[in-house]
Design a protein around this ligand. Structure first.
Ligand code: PLP
Length: 400
């Protein structure tokens, strides 16, 4: 029996069309785009074309696209590079507790450099309160960073509302949109962002290549210095094959989005409804918020996620826990912890994320095998208290 891969939020496989587009640039087209000769100029042309493609798909201009070594690097460049560039105007930045570690650890770097960082809490559904966001902005705030789609919960934040407020106050707004391509429409003007991060391996492109969109006029200084590539914002001989692959992957993701979103939503909803029918005491985190079509964050009462993950892996299912297991002790994820949910939700959350590797049949198989897998790892739930699935982590509601 084939395995079920339900971890597309962690990464996706490179699709064949993307591999095909990249291959020449590993071989006889793999020259240095900075070289003056014909070979170098051909590589430069491929780079220029990829930049124009990405810009067009995001509603940006080619010179606003900076290629990076992935999502973490784009986030770090935006936050550390953006705040450093603006330090003359103030030393305060705003972010949220549910951001990816790439964002949170970038703000740690700033803290070490004398910046003050406001980390906003979120509501029970994982969303930042727009009024709290506005209240956090101060005269000395130089930058705010709030993600579009949360990678653990799949919840979607109304970025346009927050970005508008930030820009009215002269605060540079960065958005980590790494989980969004192919699942949520992305237009930098509609979102109103100054800086936006993407990573190719989340949309069937290669790992180790990403984008930072930089709105014209946004102050930014480089973190990687050297030869002045990427308009001086990211030195180093360009990853031409990776960049060509990223552009092709984004093109396909955008073109296929309407059909793929409908397919994923259908699958996700059937999965959640099936689980709800078959298993007691399971909650969907972030159920009341707008969500990505492909992510289902489920909390199983009385289940330790790390143990469950191993059991599922043995049963042929690849998923992620909502917690990181470090040196034998289970640390609840900072994202689930920020929801203020009961302890069992923190301990027992598993993320299922669907995509091109999952079929309707896989979802049926999952729903039919999960009850036994859950009872195999469930401990006595009486010990865990009597909190019901409340507004913190809603029961699955059948879709009407
Ligand atoms: C929301 C979010 N931001 C940033 C990253 C980091 O991207 P990368 O793995 O390309 O560094 C990820 C993925 O791991 C992510 O899900």
């Amino acid at each position: 029996v084939s395995r079920i891969y339900a971890d597309h939020a962690a990464t996706t496989p490179v699709r064949d069309e993307v591999t095909a587009a990249m291959l020449p640039y590993f071989g006889t087209f793999g020259f240095n785009p900075s070289s003056q000769h014909a070979e170098g100029r051909a590589a430069r042309a491929a780079l220029d074309e990829a930049r124009a493609t990405v810009a067009g798909l995001l509603g940006a201009r080619p010179r606003e696209i900076v290629f990076t070594g992935g999502g973490s690097e784009a986030d770090t460049l935006a936050i550390v590079g953006g705040a450093r560039a603006a330090r003359g105007r103030g030393r305060h930045v705003v972010t949220a507790a549910t951001e990816h570690h790439a964002v949170l650890h970038a703000t740690d770097v700033l803290r070490d450099e004398g910046f003050e960082v406001t980390v906003l809490g979120v509501d029970s559904q994982g969303l930042v309160d727009p009024a709290a966001f506005e209240a956090a902005l101060r005269p000395d705030t130089v930058l705010a960073s709030i993600m579009l789609a949360n990678n653990e919960l799949g919840t979607l934040t109304p970025i346009a509302d927050l970005a508008r407020v930030a820009r009215e106050r002269g605060v540079v707004f960065h958005c980590d949109a790494v989980q969004a391509p192919g699942r949520v429409p992305l237009d930098v003007d509609a979102l109103g962002v100054d800086l936006l991060s993407l990573s190719a391996h989340k949309f069937y492109g290669p790992k180790g290549v990403g984008v930072l969109y930089v709105r014209s006029g946004t102050p930014l200084v480089a973190l990687v210095v050297g030869g002045g590539q990427e308009a001086g914002l990211r030195a180093g001989t360009e990853n031409v094959a990776g960049i060509v692959g990223l552009a092709r992957a984004l093109e396909l993701a955008v073109a296929e989005m309407p059909a793929e979103v409908a397919r994923l939503e259908g699958m996700r909803d059937r999965f959640e409804a099936g689980v709800d029918r078959a298993i007691a005491d399971v909650c969907v985190n972030g159920r009341r918020a707008p969500r990505l079509p492909n992510v289902s964050s489920l909390a199983f009462r009385g289940v330790e996620a790390a143990t469950f993950l191993v059991r599922l892996d043995l049963d042929g299912v690849a998923v992620s826990a909502g917690s990181a297991c470090a040196a034998g002790s289970v640390e609840p994820s900072h994202v689930i912890a920020a929801l203020g949910a009961p302890r069992w939700v923190e301990l027992g959350t598993i993320r299922f994320s669907f995509g091109k590797l999952t079929s309707e049949h896989d979802v049926e198989r999952l729903v039919s095998m999960l009850p036994e897998a859950v009872s195999g790892v469930r401990v006595d739930t009486a010990e865990l208290g009597t909190e019901q699935c409340g507004p913190l982590a809603d029961r699955v509601e059948g879709r009407s």
